[in-house]
Design a protein around this ligand. Sequence first.
Ligand code: ADP
Ligand code: 5GP
Length: 205
Amino acid sequence: MKKGILFIVSGPSGVGKGTVSKALLEGSNGKMVFSVSATTRSPRPGEVHGREYFFVSDDEFNRMIDEGEFIEYMKVFGRNNYGTPRKYVEEQLNMGHDVLLDIDVNGAMKVKENCPEAVAIMLAPPSMKELRRRLETRGTEEQPVIERRLAEAKTELSRMGEYDYVVVNDDLDSAIEKCRMILETSKSTPQYCSDFVDALIAEDF
Ligand code: ADP
Ligand code: 5GP
């Protein structure tokens, strides 16, 4: 069976990673699954343990680090910890499912180091004013947290060159469609097809 693709979506807070990811997952007919990270931050209204995140205590997070349960983990925004659980991602890829990771820039590059065939997309906002508007309209963070996240945005975007693709999330449907096309195109690279072609070459006529 063909292994799935690791699909990384990064970008500044409020750019639309969650929105785009949800659409990609819903449109995948079960072919793509979301890698639910562990975090020490508190749930936002409407967030469900095990769906958006595994909301864990500092102690539990540290235990997971000690037991080597993360592919990568990171302190983001100097406050909360976030980590990608290894077991689920590996299981799903081996089952042939594509796995979507919504993780920050440092985490994304750590994953790319270990898994160079992963496909990484940087989502960018159409403008900084629009990024602020989205964060403020979402209304899930206090103003100081919003300001801190906006201050991070330029640093994050400046690392665009480390990504495979950049998608501007202006019109939502266009951004979703571009991500879908990138995913499909990534399955036609020699790197991704090498196992199949090697087996093909070994076949008898
Ligand atoms: P992130 O996961 O990157 O922090 P969200 O997906 O939570 O961002 O989106 C932040 C806010 O912006 C949400 O209120 C969402 O509905 C809105 N949003 C996302 N994409 C677009 C878009 N293309 N145009 C307008 N609003 C958007
Ligand atoms: P939020 O608190 O808004 O859900 O996420 C804050 C930031 O943490 C986002 O940039 C998001 O992509 C990142 N993030 C979420 N999960 C992980 C993870 O497991 N690892 C890393 N490195 N970053 C993560």
